[in-house]
Design a binder for this molecule. Sequence first.
Ligand code: HEM
Length: 512
Amino acid sequence: RESGLPPGPPTMPLLGNLHIFPTEFAHYKFSEWARTYGGIYSLKVGPGTAIVLTDAAAVKELMDKRSGSTADRPPMHVADVVAGGLNMVLSRYSESWRTLRKTAHTILTPQASAKHLPIQLAEASQLLHDILCRPEGFYNHIRRYANSVILSVLYGKRAPRYETRETTAFFRAQHEWELVLEPGATPPIDLIPILKYVPERWAKWKQDCAKTREMQRKLYFGLLDETKERLGQGEENGSFMEEILARQDELGMDREMTGYLGGVLIEGGSDTTSYYLQSLILALVAYPDAQRKAQEEMDRVVGDHRMPTLDDLEEMPYIRAMILENHRFRPVAPLLVPHGALADEEYKGFLIPKGCTIFVNMWGIFHDPELYDDPENFVPERYLLSENGTKPGVDGSDLRPNLPFGVGRRVCPGIHLAQNSININAMNLVWAFNFTPDTDTQGNPIPLDTLDYHKGILTGPRSFKCKITPRSAGKADIIEHEFLEAADTFSKFEFGLSEEDKEFVMKSRARH
Ligand code: HEM
Protein backbone atom coordinates (compact mmCIF):
# COMPACT_ATOMS: atom_id res chain seq x y z
CA ARG A 1 0.00 0.00 0.00
CA GLU A 2 1.59 3.24 -1.17
CA SER A 3 2.12 5.92 1.46
CA GLY A 4 -0.63 8.49 1.75
CA LEU A 5 -3.39 6.03 0.88
CA PRO A 6 -6.16 5.48 3.42
CA PRO A 7 -5.57 2.42 5.62
CA GLY A 8 -6.94 -1.00 4.78
CA PRO A 9 -6.55 -4.75 5.31
CA PRO A 10 -2.97 -6.10 5.33
CA THR A 11 -1.64 -6.80 1.83
CA MET A 12 0.27 -9.70 0.25
CA PRO A 13 3.18 -9.18 -2.14
CA LEU A 14 1.97 -8.70 -5.75
CA LEU A 15 -1.63 -9.58 -4.92
CA GLY A 16 -2.29 -6.77 -2.48
CA ASN A 17 -5.80 -7.62 -1.21
CA LEU A 18 -6.80 -9.50 -4.34
CA HIS A 19 -6.90 -12.83 -2.47
CA ILE A 20 -9.53 -11.50 -0.03
CA PHE A 21 -11.45 -9.28 -2.44
CA PRO A 22 -15.11 -10.39 -2.24
CA THR A 23 -16.51 -11.69 -5.52
CA GLU A 24 -20.17 -11.58 -4.51
CA PHE A 25 -22.28 -9.48 -2.14
CA ALA A 26 -19.20 -7.25 -1.74
CA HIS A 27 -21.24 -4.68 0.21
CA TYR A 28 -21.39 -6.98 3.25
CA LYS A 29 -17.61 -7.43 3.44
CA PHE A 30 -17.02 -3.76 2.61
CA SER A 31 -19.31 -2.76 5.50
CA GLU A 32 -17.55 -5.15 7.88
CA TRP A 33 -14.16 -3.71 6.92
CA ALA A 34 -15.52 -0.18 7.43
CA ARG A 35 -15.99 -1.01 11.12
CA THR A 36 -12.30 -1.90 11.36
CA TYR A 37 -10.65 0.55 8.96
CA GLY A 38 -13.10 3.46 9.06
CA GLY A 39 -15.29 5.43 6.67
CA ILE A 40 -12.47 5.79 4.13
CA TYR A 41 -10.22 2.85 3.49
CA SER A 42 -8.27 1.41 0.59
CA LEU A 43 -7.88 -2.00 -0.97
CA LYS A 44 -4.96 -2.99 -3.15
CA VAL A 45 -6.02 -4.99 -6.17
CA GLY A 46 -2.71 -6.09 -7.60
CA PRO A 47 -1.04 -2.81 -8.59
CA GLY A 48 -4.39 -0.97 -8.67
CA THR A 49 -6.19 0.76 -5.82
CA ALA A 50 -9.82 0.77 -4.75
CA ILE A 51 -11.15 3.30 -2.24
CA VAL A 52 -14.26 2.43 -0.26
CA LEU A 53 -16.32 5.32 1.13
CA THR A 54 -18.72 4.46 3.96
CA ASP A 55 -18.82 8.01 5.29
CA ALA A 56 -21.59 10.38 4.21
CA ALA A 57 -19.46 13.53 4.62
CA ALA A 58 -16.70 12.05 2.42
CA VAL A 59 -19.27 11.03 -0.21
CA LYS A 60 -20.73 14.54 -0.26
CA GLU A 61 -17.33 16.19 -0.57
CA LEU A 62 -15.54 13.80 -2.94
CA MET A 63 -18.39 12.47 -5.06
CA ASP A 64 -20.83 15.41 -5.22
CA LYS A 65 -18.71 18.53 -4.70
CA ARG A 66 -15.56 17.26 -6.43
CA SER A 67 -17.44 15.25 -9.02
CA GLY A 68 -15.25 16.69 -11.80
CA SER A 69 -12.46 14.48 -10.42
CA THR A 70 -14.52 11.40 -9.57
CA ALA A 71 -16.97 10.97 -12.46
CA ASP A 72 -15.01 8.36 -14.38
CA ARG A 73 -15.77 4.63 -14.43
CA PRO A 74 -13.04 2.03 -14.02
CA PRO A 75 -11.87 0.48 -17.30
CA MET A 76 -14.02 -2.49 -18.26
CA HIS A 77 -12.85 -4.30 -21.34
CA VAL A 78 -15.93 -6.52 -21.63
CA ALA A 79 -18.18 -3.44 -21.82
CA ASP A 80 -16.05 -2.17 -24.69
CA VAL A 81 -16.29 -5.51 -26.47
CA VAL A 82 -20.04 -5.90 -25.96
CA ALA A 83 -21.20 -2.33 -26.57
CA GLY A 84 -18.22 -0.64 -28.24
CA GLY A 85 -17.78 1.65 -25.21
CA LEU A 86 -21.28 3.08 -25.73
CA ASN A 87 -23.01 1.57 -22.68
CA MET A 88 -23.60 4.85 -20.82
CA VAL A 89 -23.67 3.28 -17.36
CA LEU A 90 -20.24 1.69 -17.74
CA SER A 91 -18.54 4.01 -20.21
CA ARG A 92 -15.51 6.10 -19.28
CA TYR A 93 -15.81 9.86 -18.75
CA SER A 94 -15.44 10.61 -22.45
CA GLU A 95 -16.85 12.76 -25.22
CA SER A 96 -19.27 10.01 -26.26
CA TRP A 97 -20.47 9.59 -22.63
CA ARG A 98 -21.12 13.37 -22.46
CA THR A 99 -23.15 13.26 -25.67
CA LEU A 100 -25.18 10.25 -24.50
CA ARG A 101 -25.75 11.81 -21.10
CA LYS A 102 -26.82 15.19 -22.53
CA THR A 103 -29.23 13.47 -24.89
CA ALA A 104 -30.72 11.39 -22.07
CA HIS A 105 -31.15 14.51 -19.93
CA THR A 106 -33.05 16.46 -22.54
CA ILE A 107 -35.71 13.78 -22.46
CA LEU A 108 -35.71 12.68 -18.83
CA THR A 109 -36.17 16.07 -17.11
CA PRO A 110 -39.03 16.34 -14.57
CA GLN A 111 -41.19 18.07 -17.22
CA ALA A 112 -40.44 15.46 -19.88
CA SER A 113 -41.04 12.65 -17.38
CA ALA A 114 -44.44 14.17 -16.55
CA LYS A 115 -45.35 13.70 -20.23
CA HIS A 116 -45.00 9.94 -19.75
CA LEU A 117 -47.36 9.81 -16.77
CA PRO A 118 -50.42 8.63 -18.71
CA ILE A 119 -48.73 5.42 -19.88
CA GLN A 120 -47.14 4.86 -16.45
CA LEU A 121 -50.55 5.18 -14.80
CA ALA A 122 -52.15 2.91 -17.37
CA GLU A 123 -49.40 0.29 -16.93
CA ALA A 124 -49.75 0.58 -13.14
CA SER A 125 -53.47 -0.19 -13.50
CA GLN A 126 -52.53 -3.30 -15.51
CA LEU A 127 -50.08 -4.28 -12.77
CA LEU A 128 -52.92 -4.24 -10.22
CA HIS A 129 -55.15 -6.11 -12.64
CA ASP A 130 -52.48 -8.75 -13.35
CA ILE A 131 -51.92 -9.29 -9.62
CA LEU A 132 -55.66 -9.47 -8.98
CA CYS A 133 -56.09 -12.14 -11.67
CA ARG A 134 -52.92 -14.13 -10.96
CA PRO A 135 -51.42 -13.08 -7.61
CA GLU A 136 -48.85 -15.89 -7.57
CA GLY A 137 -47.22 -14.36 -10.67
CA PHE A 138 -46.63 -10.96 -9.00
CA TYR A 139 -42.84 -11.17 -9.39
CA ASN A 140 -42.97 -11.31 -13.19
CA HIS A 141 -45.97 -8.97 -13.42
CA ILE A 142 -43.72 -6.33 -11.85
CA ARG A 143 -40.91 -7.08 -14.31
CA ARG A 144 -43.34 -6.73 -17.20
CA TYR A 145 -44.59 -3.43 -15.81
CA ALA A 146 -41.11 -1.89 -15.58
CA ASN A 147 -40.03 -3.17 -18.98
CA SER A 148 -43.24 -2.11 -20.70
CA VAL A 149 -43.06 1.43 -19.28
CA ILE A 150 -39.54 1.99 -20.54
CA LEU A 151 -40.28 0.42 -23.95
CA SER A 152 -43.32 2.71 -24.28
CA VAL A 153 -41.39 5.81 -23.26
CA LEU A 154 -38.49 5.04 -25.58
CA TYR A 155 -40.10 3.46 -28.62
CA GLY A 156 -43.80 4.12 -28.10
CA LYS A 157 -44.31 0.36 -28.05
CA ARG A 158 -45.61 -1.50 -25.03
CA ALA A 159 -45.42 -5.11 -23.86
CA PRO A 160 -48.88 -6.34 -22.87
CA ARG A 161 -47.50 -9.67 -21.58
CA TYR A 162 -44.36 -10.88 -19.84
CA GLU A 163 -44.05 -13.23 -22.84
CA THR A 164 -44.22 -10.37 -25.38
CA ARG A 165 -41.40 -10.82 -27.92
CA GLU A 166 -39.36 -7.73 -26.99
CA THR A 167 -39.66 -8.33 -23.24
CA THR A 168 -38.56 -11.95 -23.55
CA ALA A 169 -35.68 -10.93 -25.84
CA PHE A 170 -34.64 -8.24 -23.37
CA PHE A 171 -34.60 -10.46 -20.30
CA ARG A 172 -32.67 -13.15 -22.23
CA ALA A 173 -30.05 -10.65 -23.41
CA GLN A 174 -29.86 -9.14 -19.94
CA HIS A 175 -29.29 -12.57 -18.41
CA GLU A 176 -26.34 -13.20 -20.79
CA TRP A 177 -24.99 -9.73 -20.01
CA GLU A 178 -25.15 -10.36 -16.26
CA LEU A 179 -23.26 -13.64 -16.72
CA VAL A 180 -20.54 -11.83 -18.66
CA LEU A 181 -20.29 -9.11 -16.00
CA GLU A 182 -20.16 -11.53 -13.08
CA PRO A 183 -16.82 -11.44 -11.24
CA GLY A 184 -14.83 -14.49 -12.25
CA ALA A 185 -16.63 -14.91 -15.58
CA THR A 186 -13.66 -13.32 -17.30
CA PRO A 187 -9.97 -13.55 -16.42
CA PRO A 188 -8.63 -10.30 -14.88
CA ILE A 189 -8.32 -8.61 -18.30
CA ASP A 190 -8.44 -5.11 -16.88
CA LEU A 191 -5.48 -5.85 -14.58
CA ILE A 192 -3.48 -7.94 -17.08
CA PRO A 193 -4.36 -6.44 -20.49
CA ILE A 194 -2.32 -9.00 -22.45
CA LEU A 195 -5.12 -11.50 -21.74
CA LYS A 196 -7.24 -9.58 -24.27
CA TYR A 197 -5.19 -11.15 -27.04
CA VAL A 198 -5.82 -14.82 -26.16
CA PRO A 199 -7.49 -16.34 -29.28
CA GLU A 200 -11.24 -16.84 -29.08
CA ARG A 201 -11.04 -20.66 -29.18
CA TRP A 202 -9.26 -20.60 -25.78
CA ALA A 203 -11.23 -17.74 -24.31
CA LYS A 204 -14.86 -18.69 -23.66
CA TRP A 205 -15.53 -15.21 -22.35
CA LYS A 206 -14.97 -13.85 -25.86
CA GLN A 207 -17.64 -16.14 -27.24
CA ASP A 208 -19.99 -15.10 -24.41
CA CYS A 209 -19.34 -11.43 -25.16
CA ALA A 210 -20.01 -12.00 -28.86
CA LYS A 211 -23.28 -13.77 -28.06
CA THR A 212 -24.42 -10.97 -25.71
CA ARG A 213 -23.45 -8.34 -28.27
CA GLU A 214 -25.47 -10.04 -30.97
CA MET A 215 -28.56 -10.42 -28.74
CA GLN A 216 -28.41 -6.80 -27.62
CA ARG A 217 -27.89 -5.41 -31.11
CA LYS A 218 -30.72 -7.45 -32.56
CA LEU A 219 -33.13 -6.04 -30.00
CA TYR A 220 -31.87 -2.45 -29.66
CA PHE A 221 -31.33 -1.76 -33.35
CA GLY A 222 -34.46 -3.71 -34.29
CA LEU A 223 -36.55 -1.43 -32.08
CA LEU A 224 -34.79 1.64 -33.46
CA ASP A 225 -35.41 0.64 -37.07
CA GLU A 226 -39.03 -0.13 -36.33
CA THR A 227 -39.47 3.37 -34.88
CA LYS A 228 -37.82 4.86 -37.97
CA GLU A 229 -40.13 2.91 -40.21
CA ARG A 230 -43.16 4.05 -38.28
CA LEU A 231 -41.99 7.65 -38.53
CA GLY A 232 -41.55 7.20 -42.28
CA GLN A 233 -45.19 6.15 -42.45
CA GLY A 234 -46.26 9.27 -40.54
CA GLU A 235 -47.30 7.30 -37.44
CA GLU A 236 -45.77 9.32 -34.61
CA ASN A 237 -46.76 8.78 -30.98
CA GLY A 238 -44.41 11.15 -29.14
CA SER A 239 -41.79 8.62 -28.05
CA PHE A 240 -38.25 9.46 -26.91
CA MET A 241 -36.59 7.82 -29.92
CA GLU A 242 -38.74 9.80 -32.33
CA GLU A 243 -37.40 12.98 -30.79
CA ILE A 244 -33.80 11.80 -30.92
CA LEU A 245 -34.14 10.65 -34.52
CA ALA A 246 -35.53 14.05 -35.44
CA ARG A 247 -32.67 15.88 -33.68
CA GLN A 248 -29.86 13.38 -34.32
CA ASP A 249 -27.46 15.86 -36.00
CA GLU A 250 -28.07 18.67 -33.54
CA LEU A 251 -27.46 16.27 -30.62
CA GLY A 252 -24.37 14.73 -32.24
CA MET A 253 -25.90 11.25 -32.07
CA ASP A 254 -25.02 8.77 -34.81
CA ARG A 255 -26.83 5.46 -35.40
CA GLU A 256 -24.56 3.45 -33.09
CA MET A 257 -24.98 5.91 -30.23
CA THR A 258 -28.73 6.15 -30.70
CA GLY A 259 -29.15 2.37 -30.71
CA TYR A 260 -27.06 1.91 -27.56
CA LEU A 261 -28.64 4.85 -25.73
CA GLY A 262 -32.02 3.20 -26.17
CA GLY A 263 -30.52 -0.10 -24.99
CA VAL A 264 -28.89 1.29 -21.87
CA LEU A 265 -32.09 3.04 -20.89
CA ILE A 266 -34.05 -0.21 -21.20
CA GLU A 267 -31.35 -1.87 -19.09
CA GLY A 268 -31.31 1.01 -16.57
CA GLY A 269 -35.07 1.21 -16.35
CA SER A 270 -36.14 -2.43 -16.10
CA ASP A 271 -34.51 -4.35 -13.25
CA THR A 272 -33.99 -1.29 -11.01
CA THR A 273 -37.67 -0.40 -10.81
CA SER A 274 -38.74 -4.03 -10.46
CA TYR A 275 -36.19 -4.78 -7.74
CA TYR A 276 -37.39 -1.76 -5.79
CA LEU A 277 -41.04 -2.82 -5.96
CA GLN A 278 -40.29 -6.49 -5.26
CA SER A 279 -38.29 -5.43 -2.19
CA LEU A 280 -41.21 -3.29 -1.06
CA ILE A 281 -43.60 -6.25 -1.20
CA LEU A 282 -41.10 -8.38 0.71
CA ALA A 283 -40.87 -5.70 3.41
CA LEU A 284 -44.67 -5.34 3.63
CA VAL A 285 -45.02 -9.09 4.17
CA ALA A 286 -42.20 -9.24 6.71
CA TYR A 287 -43.31 -6.13 8.62
CA PRO A 288 -47.11 -6.34 9.01
CA ASP A 289 -47.22 -3.37 11.42
CA ALA A 290 -45.71 -1.08 8.82
CA GLN A 291 -48.17 -2.44 6.25
CA ARG A 292 -51.12 -1.78 8.58
CA LYS A 293 -50.00 1.79 9.31
CA ALA A 294 -49.56 2.53 5.60
CA GLN A 295 -53.02 1.12 4.89
CA GLU A 296 -54.59 3.15 7.70
CA GLU A 297 -53.12 6.32 6.26
CA MET A 298 -54.25 5.32 2.77
CA ASP A 299 -57.80 4.67 4.01
CA ARG A 300 -57.91 8.01 5.80
CA VAL A 301 -56.79 10.01 2.74
CA VAL A 302 -58.22 8.04 -0.19
CA GLY A 303 -60.84 5.65 1.16
CA ASP A 304 -62.53 2.82 -0.66
CA HIS A 305 -64.22 4.49 -3.58
CA ARG A 306 -61.39 5.63 -5.82
CA MET A 307 -57.75 4.81 -6.56
CA PRO A 308 -54.95 6.99 -5.15
CA THR A 309 -53.37 9.68 -7.35
CA LEU A 310 -49.91 11.20 -7.19
CA ASP A 311 -51.37 14.36 -5.62
CA ASP A 312 -52.49 12.31 -2.61
CA LEU A 313 -48.87 11.62 -1.66
CA GLU A 314 -48.63 15.15 -0.27
CA GLU A 315 -51.10 14.10 2.46
CA MET A 316 -49.33 10.82 3.22
CA PRO A 317 -46.24 11.30 5.40
CA TYR A 318 -46.16 7.64 6.45
CA ILE A 319 -46.18 6.32 2.88
CA ARG A 320 -43.51 8.84 1.86
CA ALA A 321 -41.45 7.60 4.82
CA MET A 322 -42.07 3.98 3.78
CA ILE A 323 -40.80 4.73 0.27
CA LEU A 324 -37.57 6.23 1.66
CA GLU A 325 -37.18 3.41 4.17
CA ASN A 326 -37.39 0.84 1.39
CA HIS A 327 -34.48 2.56 -0.40
CA ARG A 328 -32.49 2.48 2.84
CA PHE A 329 -33.42 -1.04 3.93
CA ARG A 330 -32.64 -2.70 0.59
CA PRO A 331 -30.87 -0.26 -1.77
CA VAL A 332 -31.15 -1.46 -5.38
CA ALA A 333 -27.49 -0.52 -6.00
CA PRO A 334 -25.80 -1.19 -2.63
CA LEU A 335 -22.43 0.06 -3.93
CA LEU A 336 -23.94 2.40 -6.57
CA VAL A 337 -21.97 1.77 -9.77
CA PRO A 338 -18.19 1.98 -9.20
CA HIS A 339 -16.66 5.38 -10.04
CA GLY A 340 -13.11 6.15 -11.15
CA ALA A 341 -10.81 9.03 -10.18
CA LEU A 342 -9.72 11.34 -13.00
CA ALA A 343 -7.18 13.24 -10.88
CA ASP A 344 -5.38 12.96 -7.54
CA GLU A 345 -7.53 14.27 -4.71
CA GLU A 346 -6.73 14.77 -1.06
CA TYR A 347 -9.28 14.37 1.69
CA LYS A 348 -8.60 14.59 5.42
CA GLY A 349 -4.92 13.91 4.79
CA PHE A 350 -5.56 10.82 2.63
CA LEU A 351 -4.63 10.50 -1.02
CA ILE A 352 -7.37 9.43 -3.42
CA PRO A 353 -5.10 8.62 -6.36
CA LYS A 354 -5.85 9.28 -10.02
CA GLY A 355 -6.95 6.04 -11.71
CA CYS A 356 -8.31 4.40 -8.56
CA THR A 357 -11.76 2.81 -8.38
CA ILE A 358 -14.15 4.38 -5.87
CA PHE A 359 -16.95 2.39 -4.27
CA VAL A 360 -19.66 4.37 -2.53
CA ASN A 361 -20.82 1.92 0.09
CA MET A 362 -24.50 2.86 0.32
CA TRP A 363 -25.26 -0.36 2.15
CA GLY A 364 -22.69 0.41 4.84
CA ILE A 365 -23.95 3.99 5.27
CA PHE A 366 -27.61 2.94 5.34
CA HIS A 367 -26.95 0.18 7.87
CA ASP A 368 -24.63 2.13 10.14
CA PRO A 369 -25.84 1.89 13.77
CA GLU A 370 -24.07 5.20 14.49
CA LEU A 371 -26.49 6.90 12.09
CA TYR A 372 -29.69 4.85 12.39
CA ASP A 373 -31.53 3.24 15.26
CA ASP A 374 -32.16 -0.46 14.61
CA PRO A 375 -30.79 -0.28 11.04
CA GLU A 376 -31.41 -3.96 10.25
CA ASN A 377 -35.17 -3.55 10.51
CA PHE A 378 -37.75 -1.90 8.25
CA VAL A 379 -38.93 1.07 10.30
CA PRO A 380 -40.55 3.81 8.16
CA GLU A 381 -41.17 5.92 11.30
CA ARG A 382 -37.50 6.94 11.33
CA TYR A 383 -38.18 9.17 8.30
CA LEU A 384 -40.99 10.90 10.22
CA LEU A 385 -38.48 11.95 12.88
CA SER A 386 -35.91 13.49 10.54
CA GLU A 387 -35.54 14.16 6.81
CA ASN A 388 -32.80 11.58 6.43
CA GLY A 389 -34.07 9.07 8.96
CA THR A 390 -31.09 9.45 11.30
CA LYS A 391 -31.48 8.86 15.01
CA PRO A 392 -32.04 11.72 17.46
CA GLY A 393 -28.88 13.70 18.17
CA VAL A 394 -27.19 12.71 14.90
CA ASP A 395 -26.61 15.35 12.24
CA GLY A 396 -27.78 13.67 9.01
CA SER A 397 -27.24 16.72 6.82
CA ASP A 398 -24.52 15.04 4.75
CA LEU A 399 -27.14 12.58 3.51
CA ARG A 400 -29.93 13.40 1.06
CA PRO A 401 -33.14 11.54 0.30
CA ASN A 402 -32.19 10.81 -3.33
CA LEU A 403 -28.72 9.43 -2.50
CA PRO A 404 -29.76 5.88 -3.59
CA PHE A 405 -29.83 7.27 -7.15
CA GLY A 406 -26.15 8.04 -7.13
CA VAL A 407 -23.71 10.90 -6.91
CA GLY A 408 -22.21 13.79 -8.84
CA ARG A 409 -22.24 13.84 -12.62
CA ARG A 410 -23.14 10.15 -12.76
CA VAL A 411 -26.37 10.52 -10.81
CA CYS A 412 -29.16 8.41 -12.32
CA PRO A 413 -30.68 10.24 -15.31
CA GLY A 414 -33.85 8.14 -14.98
CA ILE A 415 -34.56 9.40 -11.45
CA HIS A 416 -37.76 11.33 -12.24
CA LEU A 417 -39.24 8.56 -14.32
CA ALA A 418 -38.27 6.06 -11.61
CA GLN A 419 -39.67 8.13 -8.76
CA ASN A 420 -43.01 8.47 -10.54
CA SER A 421 -43.14 4.70 -11.02
CA ILE A 422 -42.20 4.05 -7.40
CA ASN A 423 -44.70 6.56 -5.98
CA ILE A 424 -47.62 5.46 -8.14
CA ASN A 425 -47.11 1.74 -7.54
CA ALA A 426 -46.25 1.96 -3.84
CA MET A 427 -49.53 3.81 -3.26
CA ASN A 428 -51.55 1.51 -5.52
CA LEU A 429 -50.23 -1.67 -3.90
CA VAL A 430 -50.90 -0.46 -0.36
CA TRP A 431 -54.39 0.70 -1.38
CA ALA A 432 -55.35 -2.48 -3.22
CA PHE A 433 -53.98 -5.52 -1.45
CA ASN A 434 -53.11 -7.30 1.77
CA PHE A 435 -49.70 -8.95 1.67
CA THR A 436 -49.23 -11.92 3.99
CA PRO A 437 -46.79 -14.81 4.29
CA ASP A 438 -47.44 -18.01 2.38
CA THR A 439 -48.60 -20.88 4.61
CA ASP A 440 -47.57 -24.52 4.88
CA THR A 441 -49.97 -27.47 4.68
CA GLN A 442 -50.92 -26.99 8.36
CA GLY A 443 -51.71 -23.33 7.74
CA ASN A 444 -48.62 -22.01 9.56
CA PRO A 445 -47.00 -18.92 8.04
CA ILE A 446 -43.71 -19.61 6.23
CA PRO A 447 -41.24 -16.92 7.35
CA LEU A 448 -39.48 -15.03 4.58
CA ASP A 449 -35.74 -14.53 4.39
CA THR A 450 -35.46 -10.78 3.78
CA LEU A 451 -31.80 -11.20 2.81
CA ASP A 452 -32.31 -13.79 0.08
CA TYR A 453 -31.16 -11.48 -2.72
CA HIS A 454 -29.64 -11.75 -6.20
CA LYS A 455 -25.95 -11.10 -6.46
CA GLY A 456 -24.72 -8.41 -8.84
CA ILE A 457 -24.20 -4.64 -9.10
CA LEU A 458 -27.98 -4.28 -8.90
CA THR A 459 -29.76 -6.45 -6.45
CA GLY A 460 -33.33 -7.40 -5.60
CA PRO A 461 -35.02 -10.27 -3.81
CA ARG A 462 -34.92 -13.66 -5.45
CA SER A 463 -38.35 -14.86 -6.48
CA PHE A 464 -40.39 -15.50 -3.32
CA LYS A 465 -43.88 -16.63 -2.38
CA CYS A 466 -46.49 -14.69 -0.48
CA LYS A 467 -50.26 -14.30 -0.41
CA ILE A 468 -51.74 -11.26 -2.07
CA THR A 469 -55.47 -10.68 -1.66
CA PRO A 470 -57.65 -7.68 -2.58
CA ARG A 471 -58.59 -5.60 0.46
CA SER A 472 -62.26 -5.53 -0.56
CA ALA A 473 -64.58 -6.60 -3.36
CA GLY A 474 -65.22 -2.92 -4.09
CA LYS A 475 -61.53 -2.33 -4.65
CA ALA A 476 -61.33 -5.32 -6.97
CA ASP A 477 -64.16 -3.75 -9.03
CA ILE A 478 -62.36 -0.41 -9.18
CA ILE A 479 -59.16 -2.14 -10.37
CA GLU A 480 -61.12 -3.90 -13.11
CA HIS A 481 -62.79 -0.65 -14.12
CA GLU A 482 -59.53 1.38 -14.17
CA PHE A 483 -57.83 -1.29 -16.27
CA LEU A 484 -60.61 -1.21 -18.85
CA GLU A 485 -60.58 2.60 -18.86
CA ALA A 486 -56.85 2.48 -19.67
CA ALA A 487 -57.53 0.76 -23.01
CA ASP A 488 -57.50 4.08 -24.91
CA THR A 489 -54.10 5.04 -23.53
CA PHE A 490 -52.73 1.57 -24.27
CA SER A 491 -54.00 1.55 -27.84
CA LYS A 492 -51.55 4.33 -28.84
CA PHE A 493 -48.70 2.03 -27.81
CA GLU A 494 -49.97 -1.19 -29.33
CA PHE A 495 -48.70 -1.87 -32.80
CA GLY A 496 -46.83 -4.72 -34.42
CA LEU A 497 -48.24 -7.06 -31.73
CA SER A 498 -47.91 -10.80 -32.23
CA GLU A 499 -51.10 -12.85 -32.67
CA GLU A 500 -50.72 -14.15 -29.08
CA ASP A 501 -50.39 -10.61 -27.73
CA LYS A 502 -53.44 -9.49 -29.70
CA GLU A 503 -55.45 -12.36 -28.33
CA PHE A 504 -54.30 -11.61 -24.78
CA VAL A 505 -55.21 -7.94 -25.14
CA MET A 506 -58.63 -8.79 -26.53
CA LYS A 507 -59.45 -11.34 -23.86
CA SER A 508 -58.19 -9.28 -20.95
CA ARG A 509 -60.31 -6.32 -22.06
CA ALA A 510 -63.50 -8.30 -22.60
CA ARG A 511 -65.90 -6.95 -19.95
CA HIS A 512 -66.81 -9.56 -17.37
C1 HEM B 1 -35.53 2.34 -8.60
C2 HEM B 1 -35.10 2.87 -9.71
C3 HEM B 1 -33.66 3.26 -9.96
C4 HEM B 1 -32.59 3.31 -9.12
C5 HEM B 1 -32.54 3.01 -7.63
C6 HEM B 1 -31.44 3.73 -9.91
C7 HEM B 1 -30.17 3.90 -9.40
C8 HEM B 1 -29.07 4.25 -10.15
C9 HEM B 1 -27.74 4.37 -9.63
C10 HEM B 1 -27.32 4.12 -8.19
C11 HEM B 1 -26.92 4.71 -10.66
C12 HEM B 1 -25.40 4.92 -10.59
C13 HEM B 1 -25.10 6.30 -10.11
C14 HEM B 1 -23.65 6.54 -9.83
O1 HEM B 1 -22.80 5.91 -10.45
O2 HEM B 1 -23.34 7.38 -8.97
C15 HEM B 1 -27.74 4.83 -11.84
C16 HEM B 1 -27.26 5.15 -13.08
C17 HEM B 1 -28.02 5.14 -14.22
N1 HEM B 1 -29.39 4.93 -14.29
FE1 HEM B 1 -30.64 4.55 -12.74
N2 HEM B 1 -31.83 3.92 -11.20
C18 HEM B 1 -33.18 3.65 -11.29
C19 HEM B 1 -33.97 3.75 -12.42
C20 HEM B 1 -33.53 4.12 -13.67
C21 HEM B 1 -34.36 4.31 -14.83
C22 HEM B 1 -35.89 4.19 -14.85
C23 HEM B 1 -33.52 4.60 -15.88
C24 HEM B 1 -33.86 4.88 -17.33
C25 HEM B 1 -34.86 5.59 -17.72
C26 HEM B 1 -32.17 4.61 -15.37
C27 HEM B 1 -31.04 4.85 -16.13
C28 HEM B 1 -29.75 4.98 -15.62
C29 HEM B 1 -28.57 5.26 -16.44
C30 HEM B 1 -28.52 5.38 -17.96
C31 HEM B 1 -27.49 5.36 -15.55
C32 HEM B 1 -26.03 5.63 -15.90
C33 HEM B 1 -25.64 7.08 -15.67
C34 HEM B 1 -24.19 7.37 -15.96
O3 HEM B 1 -23.33 6.54 -15.73
O4 HEM B 1 -23.92 8.48 -16.44
N3 HEM B 1 -32.21 4.32 -14.04
N4 HEM B 1 -29.05 4.54 -11.50
